[in-house]
Design a protein around this ligand. Sequence first.
Ligand SMILES: NC(=O)c1ccc[n+]([C@@H]2O[C@H](COP(=O)([O-])OP(=O)(O)OC[C@H]3O[C@@H](n4cnc5c(N)ncnc54)[C@H](OP(=O)(O)O)[C@@H]3O)[C@@H](O)[C@H]2O)c1
Length: 284
Amino acid sequence: MNKNMILKNGMVMPRLGQGTWYMGENSTVKKEEIAALRTGIERGMTLIDTAEMYGDGASEILIGEALRHEEREKLFVVSKVYPHNAGKGKLEKSLDQSLQRLQMEYLDMYLLHWRGSIPFRETIECMEQMVQKGKIRSWGVSNLDLDEMEELTSLSGGTHCQLDQVLYHVASRGVEYSLLPWLTEHQMPLMAYCPMAQGGTLGRGIYQSPSVQTLSEKYGVSPAVILIAFVLAHPGTIAIPKASQESHVIENSKAMDLLLTEEDIALLSKDFPAPVRKEYLDIV
Ligand SMILES: NC(=O)c1ccc[n+]([C@@H]2O[C@H](COP(=O)([O-])OP(=O)(O)OC[C@H]3O[C@@H](n4cnc5c(N)ncnc54)[C@H](OP(=O)(O)O)[C@@H]3O)[C@@H](O)[C@H]2O)c1
């Protein structure tokens, strides 16, 4: 698979990164979590996804401790603003606090975490100002469905939105029906969260299903890697699997070199059919 994606604005974004939800919240495992993040970076998973929401900033603090200043330019760091902070007088403050916790001068990408009551128009204006000030290099959104993406991009400055981060895994394929094709047509990646269905817990028997087991044996990788490779099989996607355990990160990094074939996808589709009609966006 292509390891990087070129965004509409010309930025290069890695396609396989690391999620960090729930990381940094328990000091007894801090060392292991930092080791996991560092191992991921060493293996090329240089895209790091976080949010001001995660542990009320604890995830950003952990990342700040794990990353080294001298490697900043080779990393792609994404954080997210709460919807209620995504407006005038608030977004910049949230961003400044995130940057402080991350010990960074800028973010590569800042996302609206989900839609709230602040109008898109106002959020776009604030995001654009932050780009101009050099505090973020680009911005995007999360948890927006097709109708909301159409609304957003019809507004002044809305087409500067670079991507949409949504839930996507083999047992939740609704986005394939119309959102993913629309994003691809508009040169925006779909950034898949929960790509491993949260270790298989977002559905019953996903990892034990015949197709996942068959492919796991065929390629000599764990079921989690098959799930990551599934979402990355489409060229318009990015995946951010989260792993606090180093052994998991090492395993997950194998997805970078695994390109599932059409036959593999057809096999997975027997257990996890592609959508045949519009389905509402899945969220966690
Ligand atoms: N925008 C949004 O609204 C939104 C929502 C949810 C998530 N996200 C982002 O997306 C990231 C990924 O989603 P997620 O963390 O919810 O779910 P996920 O990445 O699908 O799954 C994480 C779970 O899988 C386990 N795991 C990792 N590697 C594994 C392996 N090789 N084999 C078996 N289990 C493995 C992890 O365990 P260990 O941690 O113990 O290694 C953890 O329990 C988040 O961390 C966050 O950054 C965004």
